[in-house]
Design a binder for this molecule. Structure first.
Ligand code: HEC
Ligand code: HEC
Ligand code: HEC
Ligand code: HEC
Ligand code: HEC
Ligand code: HEC
Ligand code: HEC
Length: 366
């Protein structure tokens, strides 16, 4: 890194990037369960925006664009699922639902034949694999759409959880009022910087999980770089986490073992939570980095879906000299030992991170 590059950054930085956030408040992560200590956490509370990070870290930035995490939330105006001449629909009992486009707007309509509720949608949560749920507001309060889009059916179906709560009226049939900390937490996990000092603010944030969601606000890092000072400790490095730290870190959003236990989630719905499932696998170890999340998943890359790509991760331990070897096969380990499990409402089969010998089709240990 030369001083020229720094000056260049300073120039662009000072031009007033819309992403330059100078916020003298505690960041969302200050109150999250991310392990504390200088190795993970820096004191900076100022977000600078991922476009700044990309100037000096183009390799991570380019790769990260392929991760669905980077688009975990989008405005309905840019969301790919909502472009063009769309007409998504669904019917549940007396209620009919549709999502259509009207110029720049995406219109959500719910009717029972007599009355009609219609509103523009604002935010699209998720990429559709396990669902895309919409958030809209009425009189300053946020609602979660009662129907979601699912890629597998390329259409709408009830939002996960909605089946258990029959609507009392048309408004409730359209969506669930997000109460208490719900909006804050929703945006907190799916955006960067919207959850600040324990509250939700939507004036200045980045949609999706961006660099500073994981690495923490980059203000101090940039100040040090611009001033030509050492950068040590100015940004959360996140390197060399052991499986326990890694579980807790990724688990801030993917839910830790403790969170799943506390929420009382049981049965195959737990397949959604890798940090929870993996801890029960005989493969798991608290301190052997060969079974940490980031050993198998590049935090900056897209999800790799080729079974064979994970073989070397398994045989790093299962090589005969260390752990036992398979009497059945030498490749595509995860195709047999990581069964895909479909929770009833998800329209998606989650790969079960409890690596094991699967005894039957319905074998789902807890
Ligand atoms: C002006 C250039 C510049 C900008 C902008 C910048 N960085 Fe860095 N960053 C560096 C340099 C130089 C290093 C040290 C050398 C290296 O590890 O590549 C570094 C190191 C890092 C490290 C490793 C830290 C460590 O202790 O090992 C992380 C993580 C990081 N940067 C993330 C970010 C993020 C996130 C952003 C945006 C908020 C960002 N950087 C913005 C130049 C920059
Ligand atoms: C700030 C919250 C947050 C953190 C921290 C986080 N994730 Fe995610 N992750 C998400 C969200 C939200 C999604 C769902 C994205 C979508 O499809 O909308 C996701 C999706 C994923 C996916 C699926 C990608 C795909 O293409 O289907 C993988 C793999 C993943 N995360 C791995 C990790 C790992 C490994 C870590 C820890 C290094 C981690 N995540 C930390 C929020 C987070
Ligand atoms: C604790 C962090 C957290 C909170 C709070 C949270 N999510 Fe998520 N969400 C995730 C993670 C991680 C994933 C990816 C794994 C999965 O599909 O469960 C995800 C997945 C999703 C998906 C499926 C994404 C896809 O591409 O298939 C949707 C839709 C979604 N969330 C919507 C919401 C909505 C709406 C709220 C608020 C009511 C919310 N989430 C609250 C972390 C969170
Ligand atoms: C989902 C969480 C997550 C997100 C989002 C994320 N990172 Fe990282 N990043 C990590 C983890 C975990 C590591 C440590 C990787 C390891 O253990 O090798 C890391 C490491 C790094 C490093 C150090 C790399 C090295 O080889 O020393 C840089 C630089 C970096 N990230 C930049 C970025 C930038 C720029 C962005 C946004 C485009 C970004 N990260 C987004 C989790 C994340
Ligand atoms: C030993 C390797 C391994 C480890 C360790 C591992 N995973 Fe995975 N993970 C996989 C494989 C294999 C898949 C399935 C990829 C596919 O077929 O799409 C996967 C899929 C995922 C997905 C996408 C789920 C979906 O619905 O498609 C998420 C999210 C994820 N892992 C998160 C994590 C987190 C968080 C951790 C740490 C707690 C972790 N993984 C640890 C191998 C691993
Ligand atoms: C950190 C080392 C480590 C890694 C990585 C690892 N395992 Fe294991 N695995 C173990 C240990 C330890 C056991 C307990 C038996 C033993 O000593 O071999 C085990 C047991 C198993 C068993 C037998 C479980 C049972 O139900 O009896 C299977 C199957 C298995 N592993 C598959 C895998 C697959 C597939 C992968 C890659 C996705 C993997 N393992 C990655 C350490 C590991
Ligand atoms: C075609 C499905 C299939 C594939 C692919 C597969 N396995 Fe297995 N594996 C099995 C079955 C079935 C058993 C149980 C065999 C038995 O009990 O006789 C088993 C047993 C094991 C065991 C327990 C061995 C013991 O002595 O207790 C380990 C460890 C294991 N596999 C790891 C792996 C690894 C690592 C890979 C990839 C290199 C892999 N498996 C690929 C089906 C498979």
């Amino acid at each position: 890194m030369t001083m020229n590059a720094d000056k260049d950054v300073e120039g662009r930085f000072r031009k007033g990037s819309p992403l330059l956030l100078v916020l003298a408040a505690l960041s969302a992560f200050a109150q999250s369960s991310v392990p504390s200590g200088a190795r993970y956490w820096t004191a900076s509370t100022r977000f600078v925006g991922s476009s700044q990070c990309a100037i000096c870290h183009p390799y991570e930035a380019a790769k990260y664009a392929a991760s669905s995490m980077s688009r975990a939330m989008e405005s309905v105006t840019t969301c790919a699922i909502l472009q063009g001449d769309i007409h998504y629909s669904y019917r549940s009992g007396e209620y009919s639902y549709s999502i259509t486009r009207d110029g720049a707007k995406v219109i959500y309509t719910v009717t029972n034949g007599k009355e009609r509720f219609t509103t523009p949608l604002e935010y699209a949560f998720g990429r559709g694999k396990a669902g895309q749920t919409y958030v809209y507001s009425v009189a300053g309060r946020y609602y979660e759409s009662r129907v979601s889009y699912y890629s597998e059916i390329n259409n709408l179906d009830l939002t996960v959880g909605a089946r258990n709560a029959p609507p009392a009226d048309l408004a409730a049939a359209a969506g669930r009022l997000m109460e208490g900390n719900d909006p804050r937490d929703c945006f907190g996990c799916h955006t960067t910087g919207a959850r600040l000092a324990g509250t939700l603010q939507l004036r200045d944030y980045e949609p999706g999980v961006q660099c500073e969601s994981c690495h923490g606000p980059g203000g101090d890092h940039l100040d040090a770089l611009i001033a030509g000072k050492p950068i040590t400790g100015t940004i959360r490095a996140l390197a060399n986490m052991d499986p326990q730290q890694n579980n807790e870190f990724c688990g801030t959003c993917h839910r830790t073992w403790q969170t799943v236990a506390m929420l009382g989630i049981k049965g195959i719905n737990t397949s959604r939570f890798p940090a929870y499932r993996i801890t029960s696998s005989p493969c798991f170890s608290l301190d052997d980095r060969r079974i940490a999340c980031t050993t198998c998943h590049d935090p900056h890359g897209g999800l790799v879906s080729e079974d064979k790509a994970y073989d070397s991760k398994c045989t790093a331990c299962h090589n005969g000299s260390d752990k036992k070897v398979c009497p059945v096969a030498k490749e595509s380990c995860t195709s047999c030992h990581m069964p895909k499990v479909s929770p009833p409402e998800a329209h998606h089969a989650f790969p079960d991170h409890w690596f094991r010998i699967v005894h039957s089709k319905d074998d789902y240990p807890e």
